[in-house]
Structure formats: structure tokens, C-alpha cells
Design a protein around this ligand. Structure first.
Ligand code: PLP
Length: 395
């Protein structure tokens, strides 16, 4: 078997598409003017930013005036949550989120708890879904913000965003969603879904790293996060990341123009890979929702295996993937998402995330289906737990 380089970690980041890079290039070199300068050379840079803003707005069914560029997904999440919290403190101090959010949301909420805010962390079911009745019950007259992610980065579960939006709007509570994993994979309409704030990041949909955006519905009361100059209509200071913003615009245009076709292709490879894994590797569990999940996401747990060792062996064969195992996260506990869906520690430790995307070909699926079962077996053969399990009849 010939060694291949197989990238199956698109949920961590994606490559920048050549068309995107090509659109960015002039803004590093010839057209580098500061968008705040009043001369023509600066105004051309400003025009490029506004064109990108229109592209982002169109992708979300928002208005260009509702889009603000940021330094990525984490900044957008921080801004949305801290900005709404501090600007609406007179109305209440209660925030509702979930136990499975990205750390950019969870750690921001924990920070706000130290500042006197109260946060409800909703439980999820075994598939990673929130319960809408739980959400309704958690709302108090002090609730000022609901922040629930669109799609989960580890297990791929997609939340009932339109239903959450409806509940929030009816109660007059702001609704923020971290849509970093959803853009380019799910059709998003902020008006129809009653979303007040939405975070996105270019590097998750074939754009450059370090640039993102926050959609803020017109009329939402929000404080600034980054103070300084008057950029982004006085709401986000700092000289704009001109090439990055142009790249984000191009990338979101490409990613949202053909979602159905893209999903069909990725999903068919994903399903073939997943079915193959389940067929070839016994004592394997699929994590996340069987249907309501991102098209490229596979998250499985192999019993009697340590995720970290699995990743190292996969790397040896040229395969890039992720795990929710403790070691890789540098903490003692396995992933908070796998804990929240109720996995026992030892099962969570044997988890593997394969996230497929544009870089993958059918040959990659064939290769992983050849390599992975062998590696899992090799690791199990070294496990005393597995040995006694088999001796006892494998039950
Ligand atoms: C990647 C990711 C982020 C963070 O985005 P950055 O651009 O890396 O700051 C936030 N939320 C989710 C769901 C993500 O997948």
C-alpha cells in the first residue's frame, strides 16, 4: 500500500482556495492603501472591503450594514457575548448557552460569571441536541442573551436554530449563534431564522486564517470589544485586514453558491467512509446525531483505544485527524462535548474525528478504510483490557 497524504481535519481549518488567494494577492502588493485614507488609492481599498461586506451579507440574507469584520471566529464570539452582556446589564444579567459550545463561547461565559453575570449551561441529549422545552424553562425575566452554536465542531450536530430564534424573538431576548462550522455547509438566513448575532470565520470555509465577521442585526444594543480608531463604522477599531477581508468575501461567495452540490459530494464520501468503519471495526460507536449533522463530520469512539496513540499512528501513515481524548487537549478530562453527550471516560478517550472537505477524494476514503482498521487492531492487541474482554467472550 502506497503512503498518501490525507487531510481529514477540515473542522480544524481548511486550505485557502487558489481563487481566494488570487483575489487577495493585489491587496498585499499593488493595492495596499489604507482604507481610511481619503485619497483615491485608499478609497479603492475601502471599496474592496465594502464589496466583501456585500458578499457576506448576501450569503446570510443580511444587510451590508449589519456585517462587521473581525480577527476571526473567537473574536466574533467574544464581541457578541461580552458586547451584549455589558450593553444590556440594566435589563438583566442572565445568559443561556449550552454545555457543548466552543471554548470561545464557554470561556467567555465563564469570564462573565466572574463579572457578576449568571449563566445557564443547557444539557444536551445523547446526540448533542438541546431540548427546546429546557430552553423555555431556563428563561427568566433577567435573561438578556441566548447563545447557542449552529453546528458542533466535534460531533457535527446541527441545532434547531430557527426554533431557538423564534423562542428568543417572542420573548424579546437577543439570540447569538456561533455559525463558524455551519457556513458553507448549511443554508443560513438570519432573517428567517430570527438570528440577532452570528459569528463566522473564513478559515473554516476555504478562506484565510485570522479573519472573520460578526453579523449584528440593526437595532441590537451592543458595546464595542476593541477600542481605538473609527474603523468598521466606529464599532471595531484597527486598520482593516484588507487582503483577509477580500479573501473572506471571495470564500463565502464560493462556499455558499453551491452548498447542495458540495454537500452531496462530501456526504457521499463521508457515508461510505463511516459505513466502512462501522463494518470493518467492531466495538465502535458513532457520536453525534445520525442525520442532523454536518455533511463532512465523522466522530466515532473505538473501545479499548487511546485517541492520542491512534492519531500518532494515523500521522505515521500520512492521515491528519482529531480526537476528543484528554491528552491532546492538554487537560485531564476528555472533551467537554463527549462528556456532555454522556460518554463514559474510557469511551471518550477512544474517540476519533474525521472531518471531510473539498480536499478529499474517493481514494482518500479507500486509503483510510485500509489503514484505520489495521491500526485500531494493532492498538487493541496491545491493550490488556481488550485481551481480558476477548477472553471473557467479547461481551
Ligand atoms: C474554529 C471555531 C471557532 C474559533 O474560530 P477562530 O477563527 O479559530 O478564532 C469558534 N467556534 C467554532 C464552532 C469553531 O469551529
Amino acid at each position: 500500500m502506497e503512503k498518501r497524504f490525507v487531510y481529514m481535519d477540515h473542522a480544524a481549518t481548511t486550505y485557502t482556495k487558489p481563487e481566494v488567494l488570487e483575489a487577495m494577492m493585489p491587496y498585499f502588493t499593488e493595492q495596499f492603501g489604507n482604507a481610511s485614507s481619503i485619497y483615491t488609492f485608499g478609497r479603492r481599498s475601502k471599496a474592496a472591503i465594502e464589496e466583501a461586506r456585500e458578499k457576506v451579507a448576501k450569503a446570510l440574507n443580511a444587510l451590508p450594514d449589519e456585517i462587521y469584520f473581525t480577527g476571526g471566529g473567537s473574536e466574533a464570539d467574544n464581541w457578541a457575548i461580552k458586547g451584549v452582556a455589558f450593553a444590556n446589564r440594566d435589563k438583566g444579567n442572565h445568559i443561556i448557552t449550552t454545555k457543548i459550545e466552543h471554548h470561545a463561547v464557554l470561556h467567555t461565559c465563564e469570564y462573565l460569571e466572574k463579572q457578576g453575570f449568571e449563566v445557564t449551561y443547557l444539557d444536551v441529549d445523547e446526540y448533542g441536541m438541546i431540548n427546546l422545552e429546557d430552553l423555555k424553562k431556563a428563561i427568566t425575566d433577567k435573561t438578556i442573551l441566548i447563545t447557542i452554536m449552529f453546528a458542533n465542531n466535534e460531533i457535527g450536530t446541527i441545532q434547531p436554530i430557527a426554533e431557538i430564534g423564534k423562542i428568543a424573538r417572542e420573548r424579546g431576548i437577543y439570540f447569538h449563534t456561533d455559525a463558524v462550522q455551519a457556513v458553507g455547509n448549511v443554508n443560513i438566513d438570519v432573517k428567517e431564522m430570527n438570528i440577532d448575532l452570528l459569528s463566522l470565520a473564513a478559515h473554516k470555509f476555504y478562506g484565510p486564517k485570522g479573519v472573520g465577521a460578526l453579523y449584528i442585526r440593526k437595532g441590537v444594543k451592543i458595546d464595542n470589544l476593541i477600542h481605538g480608531g473609527g474603523q468598521e463604522r466606529k464599532r471595531r477599531a484597527g486598520t482593516e485586514n484588507l487582503p483577509g477581508i477580500v479573501g473572506l468575501g471571495k470564500a463565502i461567495e464560493l462556499a455558499t453558491s453551491n452548498i447542495e452540490e458540495h454537500n452531496r459530494k462530501i456526504k457521499s464520501m463521508r457515508d461510505r467512509l463511516l459505513n466502512g468503519i462501522m463494518e470493518k471495526i467492531p466495538y465502535t460507536k458513532l457520536n453525534g446525531h445520525p442525520e442532523k449533522r454536518l455533511p463532512g463530520n465523522i466522530n466515532v469512539s473505538f473501545q479499548f483505544i487511546e485517541g492520542e496513540s491512534l492519531l500518532l499512528l494515523l500521522d505515521h501513515y500520512g492521515i491528519c485527524a482529531s480526537t476528543g481524548s484528554a491528552c491532546s487537549s492538554g487537560s485531564l478530562d476528555p472533551s467537554h462535548v463527549l462528556m456532555a453527550i454522556g460518554l463514559p471516560h474510557e469511551i471518550a478517550h477512544g474517540s476519533l474525528r474525521l472531518s471531510l472537505g473539498d480536499l478529499n477524494k474517493e481514494e482518500d476514503v479507500d486509503y483510510v478504510l485500509e489503514v484505520l482498521p489495521q491500526i485500531v487492531q494493532r492498538l487493541r492487541d496491545m491493550s490488556p483490557l481488550y485481551e481480558s474482554f476477548i477472553k471473557e467472550g467479547g461481551k
